[in-house]
Design a protein around this ligand. Structure first.
Ligand SMILES: Cc1ncc(COP(=O)(O)O)c(C=O)c1O
Length: 267
């Protein structure tokens, strides 16, 4: 997030007589895994009375990686934080969660306890269903608890460190090659890049990169998604599986080269 632009947009809204009330920062964007400058955003949120939300659905746990932790300074100032245990923690889907600094606000917004559900013994926190739109729900928390109990704090730290390190190693392999181009710094465990066979003209490289993800998937050995970054086709590897190894990264690049050859030969 561009902080100058955030200030400019808030000022423009206020001049136009509308009142901004909410700012959503990211810790781990979908395309590049980037982490926003949370400390700066928290200051602006406080100055303007905005609710400060962080989308950490994918990347909040990245704070546990030793060399990424400083990028997360300010996370603790959020009013709410979305984080999906079904992503980096590997809990079977679906297990999304949101953490609130002050649970009273969401409870006020969502609480609806009809007379047939009133229970004087519900305790101070009330029913879980008072904190969101869902009433009848499965026991998702059991899966989250079991995963955390199995891995332990150190196990989770190892998982995050290892996958972050692998994404950085992939970036190094890309930078060391003459047919791949890194598109963004690696902060979490996402590596965004392009395939640039040296003798291929730029317009054909654009079509090629758009076609690579499906061609890679059809080959059936590795999985890779595509995206668009700065309006250009990009490849996006998100390393989350604890079983991923350095060798798999080399296989990934080889598979992309092979898939690219297939695409080029059919063009
Ligand atoms: C940054 C981010 N936010 C939100 C989502 C939405 O996730 P879900 O629909 O699984 O809760 C995703 C999913 O990829 C994500 O990466």
């Amino acid at each position: 997030m561009d902080i100058g632009e955030l200030r400019r947009l808030i000022a423009a809204d206020e001049r136009a007589g509308v009142r901004p009330f909410f700012v959503a920062a990211s810790t781990g964007t979908v395309n590049t895994g980037a982490v926003d400058p949370l400390d700066d955003i928290a200051v602006i949120a406080r100055e303007h009375g905005l609710w400060f939300h962080i989308d950490g659905a994918y990347g909040a746990l990245g704070i546990l990686a030793e060399d990424a932790a400083p990028d997360y300074a300010g996370l603790e100032q959020a009013d709410s934080l979305a984080l999906d245990p079904h992503k980096w923690l590997g809990v079977p889907i679906d297990a999304g969660c949101i953490l609130f600094r002050e649970p009273a606000a969401p409870r006020d917004a969502f609480s609806m306890v009809p007379p047939y559900l009133r229970d004087e013994d519900a305790g101070e926190l009330g029913w879980l269903s008072e904190y969101g739109p869902e009433q009848t729900r499965p026991f998702r928390a059991l899966r989250v608890w079991a995963t955390i109990a199995h891995l332990g704090r150190n196990g989770i730290i190892c998982l995050v460190n290892r996958t972050t390190m692998l994404a950085r190693t992939l970036a190094e392999l890309i930078e060391a090659s003459d047919d791949f181009e890194l598109l963004a710094p690696v902060t979490t465990s996402v590596t965004a890049f392009r395939h640039r066979p040296p003798d291929l003209p730029a317009d054909r490289a654009e079509t090629l990169n758009g076609a690579i993800p499906a061609a890679v998937q059809r080959r059936g050995h590795v999985f890779l998604t595509g995206t668009r970054i700065s309006d250009a086709a990009a490849l996006r590897a998100c390393v989350l599986h604890p079983g991923t190894t350095k060798d798999d990264l080399a296989v990934l690049l080889e598979e992309i080269r092979a898939a690219a050859q297939e695409v080029i030969s059919h063009q």
